[in-house]
Ligand binder design. Sequence first.
Ligand code: RTP
Length: 150
Amino acid sequence: MATEQTFIMIKPDGVQRQLVGEIIGRFERRGYSLVGMKMVHASKEHIEKHYEDLAGKPFYPGLCNYMSSGPVVAMIWQGKDVVKQGRALLGATNPLASAPGTIRGDFAIDVGRNICHGSDAVDSAKKEIALWFGAQDGAISYKRAIDQWI
Ligand code: RTP
Protein backbone atom coordinates (compact mmCIF):
# COMPACT_ATOMS: atom_id res chain seq x y z
CA MET A 1 0.00 0.00 0.00
CA ALA A 2 1.54 3.31 -1.08
CA THR A 3 1.86 5.83 1.71
CA GLU A 4 3.57 8.75 -0.02
CA GLN A 5 1.96 12.01 0.97
CA THR A 6 1.98 15.52 -0.43
CA PHE A 7 0.82 18.92 0.73
CA ILE A 8 -1.65 20.59 -1.62
CA MET A 9 -3.03 24.05 -0.90
CA ILE A 10 -5.84 25.91 -2.63
CA LYS A 11 -4.67 29.52 -2.62
CA PRO A 12 -6.90 32.53 -1.81
CA ASP A 13 -7.81 33.02 -5.50
CA GLY A 14 -8.88 29.36 -5.80
CA VAL A 15 -11.13 29.72 -2.76
CA GLN A 16 -12.61 33.03 -3.99
CA ARG A 17 -13.25 31.57 -7.44
CA GLN A 18 -15.12 28.63 -5.87
CA LEU A 19 -12.74 26.03 -7.28
CA VAL A 20 -12.37 24.04 -4.04
CA GLY A 21 -14.74 21.24 -5.09
CA GLU A 22 -13.28 21.12 -8.60
CA ILE A 23 -9.72 20.69 -7.31
CA ILE A 24 -10.62 18.10 -4.67
CA GLY A 25 -12.63 16.22 -7.31
CA ARG A 26 -9.65 15.99 -9.66
CA PHE A 27 -7.43 14.43 -6.98
CA GLU A 28 -10.23 12.08 -5.90
CA ARG A 29 -11.05 10.97 -9.43
CA ARG A 30 -7.38 10.27 -10.14
CA GLY A 31 -7.46 7.81 -7.23
CA TYR A 32 -5.71 9.71 -4.45
CA SER A 33 -6.87 9.69 -0.81
CA LEU A 34 -7.63 12.85 1.10
CA VAL A 35 -6.13 12.24 4.56
CA GLY A 36 -6.03 15.78 5.98
CA MET A 37 -7.85 19.03 5.26
CA LYS A 38 -8.51 22.38 6.91
CA MET A 39 -9.41 25.94 5.96
CA VAL A 40 -6.97 28.49 7.34
CA HIS A 41 -6.57 32.25 7.12
CA ALA A 42 -2.80 32.13 7.58
CA SER A 43 -0.75 34.92 9.14
CA LYS A 44 1.88 36.65 7.06
CA GLU A 45 4.55 35.12 9.32
CA HIS A 46 3.23 31.63 8.60
CA ILE A 47 3.28 32.23 4.84
CA GLU A 48 6.79 33.71 5.05
CA LYS A 49 7.89 30.47 6.72
CA HIS A 50 6.14 28.35 4.08
CA TYR A 51 7.88 30.25 1.27
CA GLU A 52 11.18 30.88 3.12
CA ASP A 53 13.19 29.39 0.24
CA LEU A 54 11.93 32.22 -1.96
CA ALA A 55 12.93 35.05 0.41
CA GLY A 56 14.97 37.48 -1.64
CA LYS A 57 13.00 36.95 -4.84
CA PRO A 58 11.45 40.20 -6.09
CA PHE A 59 7.93 38.72 -5.94
CA TYR A 60 8.32 37.37 -2.36
CA PRO A 61 6.76 40.33 -0.46
CA GLY A 62 3.76 40.48 -2.81
CA LEU A 63 3.38 36.70 -2.68
CA CYS A 64 3.32 36.72 1.14
CA ASN A 65 0.84 39.62 1.27
CA TYR A 66 -1.46 37.92 -1.22
CA MET A 67 -1.26 34.45 0.35
CA SER A 68 -2.18 35.88 3.77
CA SER A 69 -4.99 38.07 2.35
CA GLY A 70 -7.72 35.43 2.65
CA PRO A 71 -8.47 31.84 3.55
CA VAL A 72 -6.72 28.90 1.92
CA VAL A 73 -7.57 25.19 1.97
CA ALA A 74 -4.66 23.09 3.25
CA MET A 75 -4.73 19.40 2.39
CA ILE A 76 -2.73 16.21 2.69
CA TRP A 77 -3.18 13.79 -0.22
CA GLN A 78 -1.86 10.26 -0.22
CA GLY A 79 -1.13 7.60 -2.82
CA LYS A 80 1.38 6.19 -5.27
CA ASP A 81 3.80 8.85 -6.58
CA VAL A 82 1.45 11.57 -5.31
CA VAL A 83 4.14 14.27 -4.99
CA LYS A 84 5.11 14.14 -8.66
CA GLN A 85 1.62 13.37 -9.93
CA GLY A 86 0.11 16.10 -7.74
CA ARG A 87 2.37 18.65 -9.46
CA ALA A 88 1.29 17.21 -12.80
CA LEU A 89 -2.37 17.66 -11.89
CA LEU A 90 -1.65 21.29 -10.93
CA GLY A 91 0.30 22.12 -14.11
CA ALA A 92 3.30 24.39 -14.62
CA THR A 93 3.85 27.27 -12.18
CA ASN A 94 3.18 29.85 -14.89
CA PRO A 95 -0.35 29.10 -16.14
CA LEU A 96 0.58 30.32 -19.61
CA ALA A 97 2.92 27.30 -19.77
CA SER A 98 0.41 24.90 -18.18
CA ALA A 99 -1.14 22.33 -20.46
CA PRO A 100 -4.92 22.39 -20.92
CA GLY A 101 -6.34 19.61 -18.76
CA THR A 102 -4.28 20.68 -15.76
CA ILE A 103 -5.83 22.80 -13.01
CA ARG A 104 -3.77 25.87 -13.85
CA GLY A 105 -4.03 25.22 -17.58
CA ASP A 106 -7.81 25.14 -17.31
CA PHE A 107 -8.45 27.95 -14.84
CA ALA A 108 -5.56 30.45 -14.66
CA ILE A 109 -3.62 32.94 -16.79
CA ASP A 110 -1.40 34.78 -14.26
CA VAL A 111 1.59 33.35 -12.34
CA GLY A 112 0.63 35.44 -9.30
CA ARG A 113 -2.90 33.96 -9.31
CA ASN A 114 -2.17 30.33 -10.07
CA ILE A 115 -4.84 28.85 -7.77
CA CYS A 116 -2.95 26.08 -6.02
CA HIS A 117 0.30 24.93 -4.46
CA GLY A 118 1.83 21.46 -4.43
CA SER A 119 4.99 20.19 -2.73
CA ASP A 120 7.89 19.76 -5.15
CA ALA A 121 9.57 16.78 -3.40
CA VAL A 122 8.91 14.15 -0.76
CA ASP A 123 11.13 15.98 1.74
CA SER A 124 9.44 19.34 1.21
CA ALA A 125 6.05 17.61 1.52
CA LYS A 126 7.07 16.35 4.97
CA LYS A 127 8.24 19.82 6.00
CA GLU A 128 5.11 21.52 4.69
CA ILE A 129 2.74 18.98 6.27
CA ALA A 130 4.50 19.51 9.62
CA LEU A 131 4.27 23.30 9.21
CA TRP A 132 0.55 23.32 8.38
CA PHE A 133 -0.75 20.33 10.33
CA GLY A 134 1.80 19.86 13.13
CA ALA A 135 4.43 17.16 13.38
CA GLN A 136 2.31 14.79 15.48
CA ASP A 137 -1.27 14.53 14.25
CA GLY A 138 -0.94 15.36 10.55
CA ALA A 139 -2.87 12.80 8.57
CA ILE A 140 -5.85 10.58 9.33
CA SER A 141 -5.20 6.90 8.69
CA TYR A 142 -8.12 5.03 7.17
CA LYS A 143 -8.87 2.47 4.51
CA ARG A 144 -11.16 3.00 1.52
CA ALA A 145 -13.17 0.13 0.11
CA ILE A 146 -12.21 1.26 -3.40
CA ASP A 147 -8.44 1.02 -2.78
CA GLN A 148 -8.39 -2.53 -4.20
CA TRP A 149 -9.64 -1.10 -7.53
CA ILE A 150 -7.13 1.73 -7.92
P1 RTP B 1 3.91 26.81 -5.46
O1 RTP B 1 5.04 26.70 -4.44
O2 RTP B 1 2.96 27.91 -5.18
O3 RTP B 1 3.29 25.51 -5.77
O4 RTP B 1 4.62 27.21 -6.80
P2 RTP B 1 5.84 26.57 -7.51
O5 RTP B 1 6.59 25.63 -6.62
O6 RTP B 1 5.30 26.00 -8.76
O7 RTP B 1 6.70 27.84 -7.83
P3 RTP B 1 7.72 28.67 -6.90
O8 RTP B 1 8.86 29.03 -7.76
O9 RTP B 1 7.96 27.99 -5.60
O10 RTP B 1 6.89 30.00 -6.64
C1 RTP B 1 5.92 30.07 -5.64
C2 RTP B 1 4.80 30.94 -6.10
O11 RTP B 1 5.28 32.27 -6.25
C3 RTP B 1 4.53 32.91 -7.27
N1 RTP B 1 5.44 33.44 -8.28
N2 RTP B 1 5.31 34.63 -8.79
N3 RTP B 1 7.45 35.97 -11.35
C4 RTP B 1 6.49 35.98 -10.48
O12 RTP B 1 5.79 36.94 -10.30
C5 RTP B 1 6.29 34.78 -9.69
N4 RTP B 1 7.01 33.67 -9.75
C6 RTP B 1 6.46 32.82 -8.84
C7 RTP B 1 3.62 31.88 -7.91
O13 RTP B 1 2.30 32.05 -7.36
C8 RTP B 1 4.22 30.57 -7.45
O14 RTP B 1 3.25 29.55 -7.39
